[in-house]
Every structure is written in structure tokens, then in C-alpha cells.
Ligand binder design. Structure first.
Ligand code: AHR
Length: 350
């Protein structure tokens, strides 16, 4: 049944109960007859939100944005589930939302693969699914209503374009650029896109991409894998971190190894670049020049998801894929703008 009709039917049923029973709430056997509170609850739009976890500052900001948008004051009843980085937990949460007959399911998927059967269950239950942040890999695109998030590959292309402009400006030959990629969680759209953006650029420009190792989007893992890579290679001059938390860990590892973080790679400094632009420490590192460049990944998706729900409530069909415009930040004045996928982006102060 259409969600709007479902809610109106709920209200009519409750009104008829009140007409028959006056205003007193009663309970007969196991069937509870709604109180005025419940009447209010039935007029809410119920949203089940499956968040993938809490691995980064970006993720916390994203969760906060969702929680503050889908508030009772604004007419929502939000059921929030943290998947603790496990797809199995997210699948369980979605099944619970289906049982609870929520009006909308919002899913921030941990990885792209493995969603088809649970999304088919949601479709069979006629519950629209909105994907947020990362995508799912499903041949049948009708398993979800729409998606909103970042163009992660474009973020990687922007970063590669900044590295190219900066190193060319310094007269550094492509074969002298020795990069390691501290990847995000393997199989997530953010990792796939950012890894592809760098790998394609390295191939095209002739950079030495020495290793790709996952840091799972966390500071601890970022530190651990950077430390191991510094022991394995003695000529790393760029550490491409797929988020800011990893970058903070990587900087710690580089400094603990007695090396200097910075953009003067011709004179032995190790350049760190990253993604997000949310974490305060990372932004202050970017202002100090310890992080040379950050490609923005905007986490404030709550209002964007709400706009999609409002469009669906109004009976319109929103665009299937909704990309967020994002910026690029650096405090190094050498590169004023970059071009990615044919579009110019001004490099802004962090
Ligand atoms: O999917 C978005 C990515 O996930 C962010 O870049 C990262 O910080 C987060 O954990």
C-alpha cells in the first residue's frame, strides 16, 4: 500500500476507535488500542536508517546530520541502527525495518556487493529504499528508489590532477613520483572510486604507484600500514590516504620514523594528501601544510535524503543518482585551480 494511504488509513482507523470508545485508551488481550500519543506517532513518517558504522569523523558527522534531520519535531519517527562495520548487521536491520513496516528504508551500505536479496525483500514489502553515501552493485536498479552521495572517482581524479599540477610546477619528473595508496575499506564505493582515480592517473602520467594497502578508513590502521610501508620502501614521497583519519595516522607514522611531512618532496619531505575535510585536526594539518591537499567529501546528507523522501511523498520520481558538488582544499599557493573531467575547480583555503 502507498505510504501516504497507509498513514491516512491508520488515522481513520484510530479516529473510528475514538468515536466508539470516547477518549479512554483500552487494551483488549494482546491488541493494544492506540492512545492519543500513538495517533500522533501514526502521522509521523517512519524512517529506518541503517548506518554502516562509526569508523571516521566523516561517518559521525553523517550520522549526526541524519539524526538531526529526521527528528520528531519535523514529523519523523526514526529507527537508527549502527551496523558496526558489518554488512550482516545491516541486513538484519533492514529485515527488522521491513517487519516494523517503516515508510522508508535509508541504507548507507558498507560495501557494494551482496544486497540484492534483502533489497528484493524490501521491494516485495513495497517499502522504498533510499541509498545514501555509497552505492550498491545491483543489476536491477529498481531495487532502490534513488541514491545521493559523492562522486568518489571524481574526488580521486581531482586529487591526481592537483598532484600533477603541483609536481609539474616543481619540475619533478613523473618517474620520480613514488606513491603509496592507503586505501579505504575494500569494496566500498569510496575506496573503489578513489583507488581507480589514482591508479588511472598513475598509469596515464607514468607515476610509480608502489603499493595499495587498506587502512580501513581509520587512524589506527592508517598509522599501522604506513609504518609497515615505510619499512618496506625507502623512497616513498607521496602518501595518498583515502580519508583524513588515515592521513592523521600516516603523519604520526612518518614523524615517528624520523621523517618530515610536507610538500617539499624534491628535498626529502613526504607529502600526504587525503579526502573528506571534516576532521578539525586534519583541517588544521592542512592549514599547517602537513596535509598538502584535501579533496572534499561532504557528509551532510540528512537534508538531501529528506528532500528525496519529500519528493516521493509528493508522488514524484526523483533522479536516480544525485551527486553532491564538492570542493578541493590546499594551503599551498602554487596550484590555483585544477581541471577534472573537463571542469575547472578553484583550489580553496582549508
Ligand atoms: O563513504 C564515505 C567515506 O567513508 C569517507 O570518506 C570516510 O571517511 C568514511 O568513513
Amino acid at each position: 500500500m502507498n505510504n501516504f494511504i497507509k498513514r491516512v488509513a491508520g488515522l481513520l482507523l484510530i479516529s473510528s476507535i475514538f468515536i466508539g470508545c470516547g477518549n479512554s485508551a483500552t487494551t483488549t488481550g494482546e491488541t493494544s488500542i492506540n492512545t492519543e500519543e500513538d495517533t500522533k506517532a501514526d502521522s509521523y513518517i517512519t524512517v529506518g536508517f541503517s548506518q554502516l558504522g562509526a569508523e571516521s569523523d566523516w561517518r559521525s558527522a553523517n550520522t549526526d546530520s541524519m539524526l538531526s534531520t529526521f527528528s520528531e519535531e519535523k514529523g519523523y519517527s526514526l529507527i537508527y541502527k549502527n551496523g558496526q562495520q558489518k554488512q550482516a548487521n545491516q541486513i538484519t536491520a533492514i529485515r527488522m525495518f521491513i517487519q516494523q513496516e517503516v515508510d522508508y528504508i535509508v541504507l548507507a551500505p558498507a560495501t557494494e556487493d551482496g544486497w540484492e536479496s534483502v533489497l528484493s525483500e524490501a521491494r516485495d514489502a513495497e517499502i522504498p529504499v533510499i541509498l545514501v553515501d555509497r552505492k550498491v552493485n545491483a543489476a536491477d536498479k529498481n531495487l532502490y528508489s534513488c541514491w545521493v552521495g559523492s562522486d568518489f572517482e571524481l574526488e580521486g581524479i581531482k586529487m591526481a590532477s592537483w598532484i600533477k599540477a603541483y609536481t609539474e610546477g616543481k619540475g619533478i619528473a613523473p618517474e620520480d613520483i613514488h606513491i603509496v595508496n592507503i586505501q579505504g575499506s575494500i569494496g566500498s564505493t569510496a575506496q573503489i572510486g578513489r583507488t581507480r582515480g589514482l591508479a588511472n592517473a598513475a598509469r596515464e602520467y607514468g607515476w610509480d604507484l608502489m603499493a595499495e594497502v587498506s587502512g580501513d578508513f581509520t587512524e589506527t590502521k592508517g598509522r599501522e600500514v604506513t609504518d609497515a610501508l615505510l619499512k618496506r620502501f625507502n623512497n616513498i614521497n607521496i602518501v595518498y590516504c583515502e580519508n583524513d583519519n588515515e592521513a592523521i595516522g600516516a603523519i604520526d607514522a612518518i614523524e615517528s620514523a624520523g621523517k618530515k611531512v610536507g610538500s617539499d618532496i624534491a628535498n626529502g619531505e613526504i607529502m600526504v594528501v587525503s579526502f573528506d575535510g571534516v576532521n578539525e585536526k586534519a583541517l588544521s594539518y592542512a592549514r599547517e601544510g602537513k596535509i598538502s591537499c584535501i579533496a572534499e567529501c561532504n557528509p551532510l546528507h540528512g537534508p538531501r535524503v529528506e528532500a528525496l523522501i519529500k519528493a516521493l511523498e509528493a508522488g514524484t520520481t526523483p533522479d536516480k543518482f544525485n551527486y553532491v558538488d564538492e570542493k578541493i582544499f590546499s594551503s599551498i599557493p602554487d596550484v590555483r585551480s585544477i581541471v577534472a573531467n573537463g571542469k575547472e575547480y578553484m583550489v580553496e583555503a582549508p
